[in-house]
Design a protein around this ligand. Structure first.
Ligand SMILES: NC(=O)c1ccc[n+]([C@@H]2O[C@H](COP(=O)([O-])OP(=O)(O)OC[C@H]3O[C@@H](n4cnc5c(N)ncnc54)[C@H](O)[C@@H]3O)[C@@H](O)[C@H]2O)c1
Length: 276
């Protein structure tokens, strides 16, 4: 088969959790461009529908925006049933949804994120979306794909699945150490956990035609304060953040037949940040 055909996703149904978010729409767009049918699944139903319509119009594929809370197994099972009824198949799952609360550097009392103060409630919420959700979606859609005899799961981890956060990036001059904001503990925990889930599933379903891999993106330039960006640039060999379109190629490769021998791989695309 020529390589153009191996990148072709015609008629493949791809569920993208957190599809209404910044990167979810990008994953959906490249899938649609390759002829696939992206399902943007998100708690923000209206936003998911709006983005699906834009994609549908642009790429002339039947993209769908659907309401989905990935922490609720019954709802995820209902989504699978709905998709089977409509399309008779599901081929791709991108576990993309996660909480990533922005570090609040303006608020004088932004020390809620510090480990000593971090609430159990917040820990449970972040783990529910970032880890339990991918477990439930993999269990529901992955089991279906294993029975179907083919499928791909792509887990969206992060550079912070590979390295610890450098809290100096978030420091505010003149503020007492116990008042300094930090990246919450849950983010790297969830992102590292996804790498474990990837390895587990990659061995579990290897004989059923289902491949599972993880992508570890570096930070996307999305209007962060310039001062923060400059600190971050100094930690990235390429000296910049990613543009949101710079993961298209990797996502397409990882969900298409072009990566047919790739299973259990952890791919960092981070401008070299994890080399330092
Ligand atoms: N943006 C970055 O710089 C960056 C860098 C590295 C990794 N990532 C990872 O990429 C993924 C997407 O990031 P993003 O920047 O697009 O995030 P985002 O916050 O823009 O989007 C996340 C989406 O998940 C949805 N969501 C939250 N809880 C949900 C639930 N229970 N069920 C279904 N959907 C739910 C939200 O409504 C939101 O639309 C995340 O896993 C993130 O950790 C992002």
């Amino acid at each position: 088969m020529d390589s153009k055909k191996r990148f072709d996703l015609s008629n493949r149904v791809a569920v993208i959790t957190g599809g209404a978010g910044l990167l979810g729409k990008e994953h959906a767009s490249i899938i649609a461009e390759a002829g696939g049918i992206p399902i943007l699944a998100d708690v923000k139903e209206e936003e998911a529908k709006k983005k699906a319509q834009e994609i549908s119009k642009k790429f002339k594929v039947p993209a769908l925006g659907v309401s989905a809370d990935i922490t609720n197994k019954t709802k995820v099972e209902q989504l699978l049933k709905k998709l089977i009824k409509k399309f008779q198949r599901v081929d791709i799952l991108i576990n993309n949804a996660a909480n990533d609360p922005k570090v609040d550097r303006k608020n004088q009392h932004s020390n809620w994120s510090r480990l000593e103060n971090f609430s159990l409630e917040m820990w449970e919420k972040d783990l529910a979306v970032g880890l339990t959700g991918p477990f439930i979606c993999s269990q529901v859609f992955g089991t279906y794909m294993a029975k179907q005899g083919s499928g791909v799961i792509l887990n969206i981890s992060s550079d912070l699945g590979l390295i610890g956060p450098d809290q100096r990036l978030y420091e505010i001059e003149g503020r007492a150490p116990e008042e300094q904001p930090v990246k919450p503990v849950t983010y790297p925990v969830v992102k590292t956990g996804l790498i474990g889930l990837t390895r587990y599933l990659a061995t579990y379903w290897a004989s059923c035609g289902v491949r599972i891999n993880a992508l570890c993106p570096g930070g996307v330039d999305a209007g962060q304060p310039q001062e923060f960006k400059e600190r971050l640039y100094s930690k990235i060999p390429m000296g910049r953040m990613a543009n949101k379109e710079e993961y298209h190629g990797a996502v397409l490769f990882m969900v298409s037949d072009e990566s047919s021998y790739m299973n259990g791989a952890i791919l960092a695309i981070d401008g070299g940040r994890t080399c330092w």
